[in-house]
Write a protein that binds this ligand. Structure first.
Ligand code: ACO
Length: 436
């Protein structure tokens, strides 16, 4: 018997099967041969929330959650955050290697020249309610771009895919900024091609009557670092949505809208906004022990803590904590930092959190920094979605070009009725709605 196999004995039949192990994985389809009779469908795996199922092969992002390691295309996140710009990292994620100087210049030029939105998109955004959540506006406007670029449905044409990639990375800051300006009732600001990716975003957010917007360099760099940290995170909820929807050969605008919709959830990218609400609710450092007690009693979750993959300090949270210090030198310290530091201190010593390996995740400190930079909490998840666009598109490319992938279609364990006799209206009993 070869070493790299798994022997399974089916105690229902006494029969033994051997299935190959590759990359520490067995193929679920190899279990289908395990049957009790020829009519039996065959064995399946049951894995709600994908706790132990690999859905793809990927060479983009590597995470070791126990060690707290994150690498894009093999490069440690700490090195990329220190040495690169966000667009350089986006290139790395999408094409597999860091760009040469000439390649980067061309890439930056192309992205910069795709930042404009069609005027009809601007009018579309004007239709949102004045106080609509910016993430709802972001998701809907990304989806609406599908109507502006119907050519995007040719997903098997690599040149076409590259064009849509440039469009999306170029346009997401414009959509994000417009959703903010719409919220506060300011006129939209057009992109400025002289500025870097982060500076131009700041320009579109905050330019008022000055003829030329000048970004504060430390803030622009901090924003660029945050973009790098959020650019990809392998098969998380949003990326899984991107892959799942794209597997139907849906165009990238509609697929990305679904990924962004997943990101909007409070257990995912929406957690940064929730952290700020939580810090507001706690109010002051001396109230932290009482709040921790509430968490331990099961009343609430400590937002910005815990992660499906990291069972150690999230490496991104470490870099954010360091970057926040640079930002606070310019903006002054956000008073909420004291509460957050105290929460972290107590939680990291407390048995409840230690036992469950709950550490601060990327969202714990990012909100405090964003707020110090001048962003409203409703914008936080939108700020996450801008750089994640590069990751979603890299994952999309990988999916489309992977010959093993097909339309994503999980199985289920049916728990409903066997075939039933139809019940005539006059014989029906009420209560189905109340039972849920
Ligand atoms: N506060 C208190 N307890 C927690 C927390 C938390 N933030 N997170 C997990 N736990 C507890 C759970 O109650 C559970 O305890 P139990 O074993 O006694 O039942 C145990 O830790 C394991 O937690 P699960 O919910 O099983 O872990 P899962 O991997 O399913 O969830 C998640 C991960 C969703 C991130 C969770 O930790 C959470 O809700 N955290 C708060 C929200 C948050 O910060 N999300 C951002 C994640 S990063 C991102 O998406 C960008």
């Amino acid at each position: 018997m070869p070493d790299d196999t798994l022997t399974i004995t089916d105690n229902r039949t006494g029969q033994t099967y051997s299935v190959p192990i590759e990359n520490g994985t067995i193929r679920a389809m190899n279990l289908r041969q395990i049957k009790t009779s020829p009519e039996d469908f065959g064995l399946m795996t049951y894995d709600p929330a994908f706790m132990n199922t690999a859905s793809c092969r990927s060479s983009i992002t590597y995470i070791d959650g126990d060690q707290g390691i994150l690498r894009y295309r093999g490069y440690p996140i700490e090195v990329l955050a220190e040495r690169c710009t966000f667009l350089e990292v986006a290139y790395l994620l999408l094409f597999g290697d860091l760009p040469t100087e000439a390649e980067l210049k061309g890439w930056v030029h192309d992205i910069t020249h795709h930042t404009m939105l069609h005027e009809s998109t601007k009018m579309f955004m004007e239709g949102f309610r004045y106080d609509g959540h910016p993430m709802g506006m972001f998701v809907s406007t990304v989806a609406a771009l599908s109507t502006v670029y119907p050519d995007a449905r040719h997903v098997h044409d690599s040149a076409n895919r590259l064009l849509q990639i440039k469009r999306l990375i170029g346009k997401v800051p414009s959509i994000a900024a417009m959703s903010y300006r719409h919220n506060v009732g300011f006129p939209y600001v057009y992109p400025d091609n002289d500025l870097s990716y982060a500076e131009n975003f700041m320009n579109m957010l905050w330019k008022m009557v000055e003829p030329k917007y000048v970004a504060q360099p430390a803030i622009a760099r901090a924003l660029d670092i945050l973009f790098i940290l959020h650019a990809d995170h392998e098969q998380n909820c949003g990326t899984n949505a991107m892959r799942s929807v794209s597997s139907a050969q849906t165009d990238p605008y509609l697929s990305m809208a679904s990924a962004a919709a997943a990101l909007a959830g409070p257990l995912h990218g929406g957690a940064n906004e929730e952290v700020l609400k939580m810090l507001d609710e706690i109010g002051s450092k001396d109230k932290v022990p009482a709040y921790i007690k509430k968490v331990k009693d099961g009343g609430v979750k400590l937002m910005g803590f815990g992660h499906r993959i990291y069972k150690n300090y999230d490496p991104r949270a470490k870099i954010i904590k360091w970057t926040a210090e640079q930002v606070f030198e310019v903006t002054g310290r956000n008073p909420k930092l004291e509460i957050a530091l105290e929460l972290e201190r107590i939680a990291l010593e407390d048995e409840y959190f230690v036992k469950r390996k709950l550490y601060p995740n990327v969202d714990f400190y990012s909100g405090i920094m964003y707020q110090a930079m001048g962003f409203r909490p409703e914008m936080f998840t939108v700020l996450f979605a801008i750089p994640r666009t590069a990751g979603w598109l890299a994952q999309w490319q990988e999916l489309i070009t992977d010959p093993e992938q097909k339309i994503a279609r999980p199985r289920q364990i049916y728990t409903g009725h066997e075939e039933r006799e139809f019940v005539a209206m006059e014989k029906r009993t009420s209560g189905a709605l109340a039972r849920g």
